[in-house]
Write a protein that binds this ligand. Structure first.
Ligand SMILES: [Zn+2]
Length: 432
């Protein structure tokens, strides 16, 4: 029997309404108990005095680039970056090469993850074949193989009739539909948020409406079909409002927000620096505020990074030519603490919820809680530790981040997956 006793930490398990200083016992990779006086004879001890002990964090929006783009990230390197960011489970978006639109690719990703990843990897299948937006992918058999959601992230389904049929299938197979909400006709040619800043910089804009009209369409289709619809990386005030109203009506609508969309606005961009180029783009300050308000009000269900590695050579091109997206696994928790918790906008327990049971509920996966018998996925935080992010020390193969050199107060200090310590700030070459 392998036993690990995590002693005297502030244990926060939002699903159980638990927030107090106590112990957690792990036996053979599963949670054996939470509380005092556990039978820990022969257990290895982890002293968590002064630290926060939480269910393992889940990032439901990650691009791992394998198969097909292994020069920018692999399942292994992405999983190591996840562990260093405090994540024990990540969801892999399907825009690989080939696209994950069939059970063969889904099972390939699961097999590779079992062999090379240090955290749990849950694949997300495509909505349409090749994410081309025309023919539906093999939704039922991908789910059977282990896909936890479907999405054409990055290549949104423009044809509303195709989306309607996808949602009908998703409803039948009880699998959530995650949409990167972007009307490609409204956003065409744009490189940043359309507003005063884009005018000043002479760059073509992507209006907030490009997101809003698709959120509206998908909420309507979700109501029509009864499908679970999840808005990826929500970024505008109007989209948050629509999600709030859909929830109030009792529809199966959820959403996630990225750290960069609550930490940065378009006016914070270093001009023409491609590390600030992503989709949806950094919005106006009022949108950033609306995302934070939505998080505080309980409208946002999860914080997700949209970790999107790109090779240096691709991101070094001029702003208009370089691809969209930034990495984010290693800075997410530090940003959430800084922007949301230390400012008093949300409680620490609410932050933990957004990284654990929040995304677990959206996906319907049995993770995100410390209940006895559950896999021992545990994230340990120090909410006061000072550290500076050095992207050259990153576990990711790619370095595209606007947060290089930023100093943080608080972050993950240890990541435990299935009872095994897979990363610790003390032991690892951590970015500190
Ligand atoms: Zn996306």
């Amino acid at each position: 029997m392998e036993k690990l006793l995590i002693v005297s930490g502030r244990v926060i398990d939002p699903a159980a309404g638990l927030d107090r200083v106590t112990d957690v016992l792990v036996v053979d990779g599963r949670i054996a108990g939470v509380g005092a006086n556990l039978d820990a004879q022969g257990a290895e001890r982890f002293d968590a005095t002064g630290l926060v002990v939480a269910p393992g964090f889940i990032d439901m929006h990650v691009h791992l680039r394998e198969p097909g783009f292994e020069h920018t990230e692999t399942i292994e390197t992405g999983s190591r970056a996840a562990a260093a960011g405090g994540f024990t489970s990540i969801c892999a978006m399907p825009n690989t090469k080939p696209v994950n639109d069939s059970p063969t690719v889904t099972s390939y990703i699961i097999e590779r993850a079992l062999r090379t990843a240090v955290v749990n990897v849950f694949p997300i299948g495509a909505i349409t074949k090749g994410s081309a937006g025309e023919e539906l992918a093999a939704i039922g058999s991908m789910k059977k193989e282990g896909a936890v959601a479907i999405s054409d992230d990055g290549r949104p389904v423009m044809n509303s009739s195709v989306m309607r049929r996808a949602m009908e299938f998703a409803r039948a197979y009880d699998i959530p539909v995650i949409d990167h909400c972007e009307d490609l006709n409204l956003s065409a040619g744009g490189d940043m948020h359309e507003g005063l800043q884009s005018t000043r910089l002479g760059l073509r804009g992507i209006p907030g409406a490009a997101e809003d009209v698709m959120v509206a369409r998908d909420i309507i289709l979700s109501e029509l079909t009864g499908a679970k619809f999840h808005v990826a990386h929500v970024s505008t005030r109007r989209s948050i409002d629509m999600v709030a109203r859909a929830k109030a009506k009792g529809l199966h609508v959820t959403c996630e927000a990225t750290p960069h969309h609550f930490a940065l606005a378009d006016e914070d961009m270093a001009p023409y620096d491609s590390n600030y180029k992503m989709k949806p783009p950094l919005r106006a300050r009022c949108d950033t505020g609306a995302v934070i308000d939505g998080i505080a009000a309980g409208i946002v269900d999860a914080i997700a990074t949209d970790h999107a590695p790109h090779a240096g050579s691709e991101k070094m091109q001029e702003f208009e030519r370089c691809p969209f997206g930034i990495i984010g696994l290693e800075t997410a928790v530090g940003l959430a603490l800084e922007i949301l918790v230390h400012t008093g906008r949300i409680s620490l327990a609410r932050m933990v919820e957004l990284f654990t049971i929040g995304p677990a509920r959206v996906l319907g996966i049995g993770r995100g809680r410390l209940s006895p018998g559950a896999p021992a996925d545990i994230t340990i935080l120090d909410t006061d530790i000072g550290w500076t992010y050095d992207v050259n020390q990153s576990f990711s193969k790619s370095k595209n981040t606007p947060f290089d050199g930023r100093s943080f107060r608080g972050g993950p200090v240890a990541t435990i997956v299935g009872g095994k310590l897979v990363w610790s700030r003390a032991a690892a070459g951590s970015p500190s």
